[in-house]
Design a binder for this molecule. Structure first.
Ligand SMILES: [Zn+2]
Length: 256
């Protein structure tokens, strides 16, 4: 099996658009639809025909282009069962434990409530690739608009069970500001200090810091590190439960 092709391009203010292409099967999926015009231009540029949209959640910078793209291409829209009423044009509802084939590539679905109540992520185990929407960011995680810290921590634990080599495609370029916050709660984390220097170089060159890997996030993302003694000490929660540490870290980030 050939690895799946992924075309990544900036959209709107700080979103990324993704086209996932299986040449043998003639299948192309847009992961979310931040900007229909930009996605149509990317399809034209590649000479690809849109067959699917895979939505992670209902926010307009993720599903706002659904109807326009469906009208122009006749594509099939896959989205969260738990939030079907808020996904424009949804054809197929998926949720936790579901799996489907995208061309010849297996896609597994995980419910990850927290940012929104119906958020889902897509994991392609044969490609070591996942599209995590606004659940996980490089050195960050999504704001808790519709969920509790306990829900979000449980969602993130599903991601933590994937292989460390998994490449994580998140929906926004928030890395540098996330990292600035991360340094305030884990100043003694050498891997984090080192990563921030690299991120500064990459951003100064105008390049994306996404995708990231699960291994790198485990080492540097404070939202995946509630067991870190350094983090617990900095935020005054030594010995507290993981969910308590996660909740306080998220609250501190909201006020940062
Ligand atoms: Zn969102």
């Amino acid at each position: 099996m050939k690895p799946i092709e992924i075309h990544q391009f900036p959209c709107l203010q700080d979103n990324y658009g993704y086209l996932v292409h299986d040449a043998d099967a003639g299948v192309t999926a847009a992961i979310d639809t931040p900007d229909a015009t930009a996605i149509l231009a990317a399809l034209d540029e590649r000479g690809w025909r849109l067959t699917h949209i895979l939505n992670t959640h209902h926010h307009s910078d993720h599903a706002g282009g659904n109807l326009e793209l469906k009208k122009r291409t006749g594509c099939r829209i896959v989205g969260p069962r738990a939030d079907a009423a808020r996904i424009p044009g949804i054809d197929e509802q998926v949720g936790d434990g579901d799996a489907f084939e995208l061309g010849t590539h297996r896609v597994e679905v995980f419910d990850t409530p927290g940012h929104t109540r119906g958020h889902i992520v897509y994991f392609l185990p044969g490609d070591d690739v996942a599209f995590v929407g606004d659940t996980l960011f490089a050195m960050g995680c999504g704001r808790l608009f519709e969920g509790t810290p306990a829900q979000m921590w449980s969602s993130l634990q599903k991601i933590l069970r994937w292989p460390e080599r998994t490449r994580l495609y998140c929906a926004h370029e928030y890395t540098q500001s996330n990292g600035r916050f991360a340094l305030t709660v884990e100043p003694g984390n050498g891997a984090l200090v080192e990563r921030m220097a690299e991120v500064a170089r990459v951003r100064a060159a105008g390049k994306p810091t996404v995708p990231t890997t699960l291994a790198l996030e485990k080492a540097t993302n404070p939202f995946l590190r509630p067991a870190s003694a350094g983090l617990q000490a900095t935020i005054g929660l030594t010995g507290a439960s993981e969910v308590e540490v996660f909740a306080k870290t998220r609250a501190l980030k909201d006020a940062f």
